[in-house]
Design a protein. Sequence first.
Length: 424
Amino acid sequence: MTIKNFLKLKAANILGFTNINDNPYYNTYQVSGGFRFQDYNQTNVIDDGYAKNADLYSIVRKISTSASTIPLKLYDIKADGEKELIEDGELYNLLQQPNRLQTFTEFLDESMIYLLLSGNNYINGYKALGMGDVFRELNVLSSQFVTIETGGIERPIKAYSYQDTRNITFDADDVMQVKYPNPKGDGSDRLYGLSPLEAGNMALQSSNNIYDAKGNIVKNSGVNGMISSGSERSLTKEQGDAMQEAWDKKNRNTSKYGQNLVTSAQVTYQQLGLSPDKLQLLEGSIQDLRALCRIYSVPSQLFNDVAGTTFNNMDTAKKSLYTEAVLPNLNLWLQSFNNWFISDWSKHDNKNYCLEADISSIEVLQQNQREEADKDKVIADTIINVLNSSISNDSKVQTLIYSIGMSEEEAIAIVGNEIITDVN
């Protein structure tokens, strides 16, 4: 799709919201002039983490953009299990643009970012008056502004309070919450997901401190070295000024970088380098990167940490990114989205809708599937050849066991029931 066609599609979809003018979500937007990041808990993981730390930003964006760019397909599941691909209709159009400000890719990208940072993703669904009992618009709620109002045993979550520039209270049924498990605390504390950055708090703070220290070292490093008289007689002020001018004239030139300068004057040069503790500090940042990668289950190799990786090549690292980080988070989100949003549209249209990720578009995973298909073909050919051979049933079982690693029970079942009698 070209950019021109994309903009036309987005403009056309916005028209679907022209009759929805009383959604309270936009009251906050109109007052604040835009959504903003503020402090999150005591660790300030949004302001001083995601919005400041290059390592954390890169890790989170790698996961969120990878997840949000996987094509999602809407199916109607028939009674016999057959799936019909849906490519038009009200629900389909809403899944192209869930609100007047975002495409679905942007919407999902933002949802993933909040889930990865805070351990929670909140989405508010809005039902327009006179347009049925299904959500007609979806908006991501900034996790740091959401407070859960608890109820009784029968209804642990009574409502969600959203406080930005204004206070808005949403009924619990009008909000989808995706969260990570939280064994910490008790009672209402466990209604919130546990942020990965709470476990990685020390690594994030250390990384931030090192970035600050790097800036200070560069800013305050001063001169690289010192020239002094190489004889017992000190240089006069005039001699020193003249030598400084000559040095600057020769040295302040990018073409001279890395070269040594020669002078006939009797002088000595003292290199003023970084102290060992400062050098060790600068090297420590890679350890924090690895720690942040670990808490998000992504290979640090993808962020130029070649020395610290256990992967043999980049394709293996990319596969791990999808299997360990991207797809688990996307599937967690899709499960909640299908149960909360898609199911209501199924009742509305008398269908059995399901939104699924199309992983066939992920090239690194398709290579894996092709390899598995090749292995399956080899196994199938081996079984056929063994069964068609003239050797005894006992030999057939042993051949299947040792040639393709089949268990004895599986081999017996494949060779035939007559071998069971022989073995017993």
